[in-house]
Design a protein around this ligand. Structure first.
Ligand code: GLP
Length: 257
């Protein structure tokens, strides 16, 4: 992992956006994986800014979201497809139909999940995936105790995740869906590269387990230790439980001098 620790969100957004612009410069028809949540919002704002500055075009790109709730009306403002459109896609030149997400409304959710995995394959795989992390260590919606090699599947959300996400539903945990469709950890691991973002004290334990704990289904994000190309971008609070934070800072400074 390349681990960068920064004092503010703008710096994280700048470095993360540059990583994605670099992928675009090598491959105009790049395939971008997208995460929801509040952590990537500054990154998306910076990507929109770089797009308007002429540094990146999405005209030949496709995108694939990590996950989607099951049980929300299709037009619900907190639905993840709507979230991604509102916060990124609608501000770019990505053509209609090029932005994909797991189908949380399919009559047969399992068949829809399998079709989503196939759609990613048909697009040639994801070139770079944006990731956040849940306070319980989930990536996408892969909650603790699941398979480390899972494909896109229907999942159940932990109470902790539903409590964390209640802030998007007027603080009402009962309004947060109990189920989701998510790219599996096996699907996520096939992405050629990742930009991972975590900010705030609430993520500190999960981040420490991800980077310094054993690879374990208890902390699903720890599977990223097995991936060759992960850029981890943290603020000081999210990095605060790392045992070797000073060492990671030294390595980052030497490699990005
Ligand atoms: C959500 C999403 C994840 C996201 C995480 C963190 O539930 N399913 O993809 O990374 O939780 O969200 P936030 O960045 O808002 O803390």
């Amino acid at each position: 992992m390349q681990i960068g620790i920064f004092s503010n969100d703008n710096e994280i957004a700048r470095v993360g956006a540059q990583r994605i612009v670099d992928v675009y410069r090598n491959k105009e028809n790049f395939v971008l994986g997208l995460a929801t949540g509040s952590s990537p919002l500054p990154l998306y704002a910076e990507l929109i800014r770089r797009h308007k500055a002429g540094d990146i075009s999405f005209a030949h790109a496709q995108s694939f979201n990590l996950d989607e709730y099951v049980g929300l009306p299709r037009d619900h403002v907190e639905g993840y497809a709507n979230f991604i459109h509102r916060n990124l896609i609608d501000h770019t030149d990505m053509p209609e139909g090029a932005a994909h997400g797991p189908d949380g409304w399919a009559d047969d959710l399992n068949a829809g999940a399998a079709a989503y995995d196939q759609a990613i394959r048909d697009a040639g795989g994801i070139d770079i995936q944006v990731l956040g992390i849940g306070s319980d260590g989930h990536i996408g919606f892969n909650e603790p105790g699941g398979s480390l090699v899972s494909r896109t599947h229907v999942g159940v959300l932990t109470e902790q995740t539903r409590r964390d996400n209640a802030r998007f539903f007027n603080g009402d945990i009962d309004a947060v869906p109990t189920h989701c469709v998510t790219q599996g950890l096996g699907t996520i691991m096939e992405s050629r590269a990742h930009v991972f973002i975590a900010t705030g004290q609430g993520k500190a334990e999960a981040v420490a387990q991800m980077i310094e704990g054993g690879v374990s289904g208890r902390w699903p994000a720890s599977i990223l230790q097995m991936h060759p190309d992960v850029m981890v971008l943290l603020d000081e609070a999210a990095a605060s439980q790392l045992a070797l934070g000073d060492f990671y800072r030294e390595v980052w400074d030497k490699e990005h001098a």
